[in-house]
Design a protein around this ligand. Sequence first.
Ligand code: MLT
Length: 404
Amino acid sequence: MAHINPNFKKLPGSYLFSEIAQRTEAYRTAHPEARLIKMGIGDVTLPLVPSVIEAMHEAVDDLSRAESFHGYGPEQGYAFLRDAIVEHDFAARGIDIASDEVFVSDGAKSDCGNIVDLLDIDNVIAVCDPVYPVYVDSNAMAGRAGDYDVEAGRWTRIHYMPTTAENGFCPELPETPVDVIYLCSPNNPTGTVLSFEQLKRWVDYANEHDALIMFDAAYERFIVEKDVPHSIYEVEGAKRCAIEFRSFSKTAGFTGARCGYTVVPKELVRDGVSLRDLWNRRQCTKFNGASYVIQRGAAAIYTPQGEREIEQSLAYYRANAETIRTGLSEAGYQVYGAVSSPYAWVKTPDDMGSWDFFDQLLDRANVITTPGAGFGPSGEGYVRLTAFGNAEDTAEAVRRITQM
Ligand code: MLT
C-alpha cells in the first residue's frame, strides 16, 4: 500500500496566491461588472524587451537547423549565460564568483523550494516574519517545520523573526541556536532593504555559528539606495556561509518565460561536504536545465542594448512604486518600502485585520491586494501592493483607495 508524505497533510489549505486568486474569482463571478485592478501577486505586465525577443527568435531558428540544434543542455546552464552573469552581476561589482558556482534554473521559486533537499531534517529554520511563503512551505513539506498552529498562523518548529516597523524591518539575531536563516533583500513582502552593516551582522553570526544563510536577491535590480548590498557576497566572509538566489522574473519580465539562477560558492562547506557539489549532484539528478531558447533570451539582457531596454522597464515599475507610495502616504496611510522595491507595505487603517482590509479594498475599490497575514503572523494589520501593473491602472487604484 502506498502512503503519502504525511507532512503534506499538515499544510494549511492552499498556497497564498492561489487563495487570493480563488477569492478574486468568486468576487468576479458575483460582480461581473466590476473593473478589478490587480495589485496582488507580483506579476509583471510589460512585454519582454526587443533584445530578448530577438535572441529568442534566433534561438528558435538555431533549433530548426541540424548544425545548430541543441538537445539536452548542461544541467547547470549554458556557459554563454553563466559567463555573462559572472561578468555583469558580480565581476562588475568587484565580486569574485566563478562560472561553475552559478547554476541556471527555471526560476528562483523552484530553487528556493528545491534547495531544502540539501538540509538535514533536524536543522532549525529561521525566517523573517512576514515571509515569502515558499521558504516555510518547502521546509514544512520536508517535515522540518513541526505542526501548523492554525490559531497562531505559524509552524511550531520554525523560528520566526519579527521584521516589523518596530525594529526597522531588520530581524534581531536569534537568542536560541538556529541552523538555516532565510533573508530576502529587497524584501518580499515588506519592500524594505538590509543595509551593508545589517547584512554583515548576519554574515558574521552565520560564520560564528556554522549556520547557513539562504539569501534571496530576486528584487536586486530595484535597489536605488546607497549602502544597500546588491549581493550578499559584497560582505566579507559571505562565501563561507551563504547561497544566493537571483531571478530574471522581475529583472527582465521573465515571470512567464521562467529563468533564474543560484550561486553556491565553493568555499561553502558543512559537515566536511561542499554544498556546491551537493547542489550540482541534486540538479544533475532532478533537472535537465532551463531551455536553450530561454537562456539565450536571458543572456540578451546583458548586452548594452538589452541592458538599456530592461532599465526602461524597471524605471516604469519604479515610477508606479512612487505613485503608490506618495499617493497613499499623502492620503494618511502608513506606507513602507516601494523605494528600492516594487512592493509597498501598507498599514491597515484603524488596526483592521489584513484579510478584512483585503475584502474591503476588493469590494469598495475593486483593487486586489495581498493581505499581510498571509505572509506570517507579523504581517497582520498590513496589505502588500505591487507596482508591476500598468501606470494608468496603478494611478487609478491609488485614486480609488484614497477616495474610499
Ligand atoms: C509575489 O507576489 O510574492 C511573487 O510574485 C510570487 C513569486 O515570485 O513566486
